[in-house]
Design a protein around this ligand. Structure first.
Ligand SMILES: C[S@@+](CC[C@H](N)C(=O)[O-])C[C@H]1O[C@@H](n2cnc3c(N)ncnc32)[C@H](O)[C@@H]1O
Length: 345
């Protein structure tokens, strides 16, 4: 099985305090138990992945323990037993296991692997094989492999619960760290537009932590129905979420936004003209792109934005996940200067 790494909020302490801190974080269920803590700077510090930095920090403050809140990357803890045979990897969404069809292994190999995973993990109730994905809504064709016939579940990302139906709307648990990162960047009072919201993961992460107004747009009504279910499951949202079943190319807004999220990695560039129109001066656009060569995409984006009379400063370029041996999904954070020059830092 390959090693996987995820970004997480974290607490960094001096190594001499690590055991005490570990016990405290465990006691208050604040450790992110899916990721491995690590030691840094030649063993001088220990960094613990955690689920709620605000709470963890206030507890450590109560105990007068010096610490730093950081974001870091950690190795995932492999809880599942290693699969033998040609099928090695799968995703877990709530209590459902999802295998992705790759060239090579026959369906029987997936059935065998699925049975083994369900047997080893009684918490997991169903296993499906994801074949190709269809249409602009990115809904997969599924084959049932083992366990219950259910496709609906609740996934957890950090402290957020997400209603998911793997047969009805796009969802990828590997985007959790990105949902979290964007929510952390949002300031209280912002008005945010999520142009391709799916099941509303970005709006939910943002509204959980920030007093912001977030508009979630999607052509897939099923995704929005799941998002509204999640709004009921997640108590005490600080922000407001407004869901609109619409084509992001035909938006009806009379307002502009502080921040626009464009997570449609195959086609997002086609909608940049809309983002340009609706972003405020000095606002931010987060655009996700599926590509094998990010430098070319950056040049392309600069050209498109200039044509739209929208000047940008590139604040961040980051690989979000590997998609295939040659292609990855990247995110670019752009600050829009409506009266400035394009700059690439
Ligand atoms: C990659 S998924 C979004 C995932 C979501 N942002 C997340 O982080 O979980 C892309 C979404 O865009 C939606 N979509 C595709 N074309 C669209 C359009 N023209 N207008 C609005 N939504 C669209 C699809 O239905 C799908 O839910």
């Amino acid at each position: 099985m390959e090693e996987t790494y995820s970004e997480s909020e974290a607490i960094r302490v001096e190594a001499r305090l690590a055991e005490r801190v570990r016990r405290l974080l465990r006691k208050y269920s604040l450790l992110n138990t899916r990721l491995k803590p690590k030691s840094t700077e030649g063993g001088k510090y220990v960094v613990f992945p955690i689920v709620n930095s605000e709470k963890a920090s206030s507890i450590l403050e109560d105990f007068d323990i010096p610490h730093e809140v950081v974001i870091d990357t950690f190795q995932a803890i492999k809880k599942a037993k290693r699969l033998r045979g040609p099928v090695k990897s799968y995703k877990v969404v709530g209590d459902i296991v999802v295998f992705s069809r790759r060239a090579g292994p026959p369906i029987d190999a997936y059935i065998e692997a699925a049975k083994k995973v369900l047997e080893d993990n009684p918490r997991l109730k169903a296993a499906w094989l994801k074949m190709e994905t269809f249409g602009e809504e990115r809904i997969p064709k599924l084959i049932h492999l083992a366990g219950a016939m259910k496709t609906e579940t609740v996934a957890k990302e950090y402290e957020i619960y997400l209603a998911v139906d793997i047969a009805k709307a796009y969802y990828n648990p590997r985007l959790a760290a990105e949902h979290y990162r964007i929510a952390e960047l949002v300031n209280d009072g912002e008005v945010v537009l999520d142009m391709f919201t799916g099941i509303g993961a970005f709006p939910l992460h943002i509204a959980k932590r920030k007093e912001a107004v977030v508009y979630g747009i999607d052509v897939n009504l099923e995704g929005l129905l799941l998002a509204s279910k999640s709004m009921k499951i997640n108590k005490k949202l600080k922000g407001i979420i407004i869901l609109i079943n619409a084509d992001a190319g035909k938006l009806p807004f009379k307002i502009q936004f502080d921040r626009i999220i464009m997570n449609l990695p195959r086609n997002s560039k086609q909608f940049l003209y809309q983002a340009c129109k609706y972003v405020k001066d000095n606002g931010i656009i987060h655009i996700y792109l599926l590509t094998d060569y990010i430098e070319v995409e950056l040049e392309d984006i600069m050209k498109i934005m200039l044509k739209e009379d929208c000047k940008v400063q590139i604040e961040k370029v980051k690989k979000v996940l590997d998609y295939s041996p040659s292609q990855s999904i990247y995110v670019i954070d752009l600050r829009v200067k409506k009266n400035g020059e394009n700059t690439h830092e």
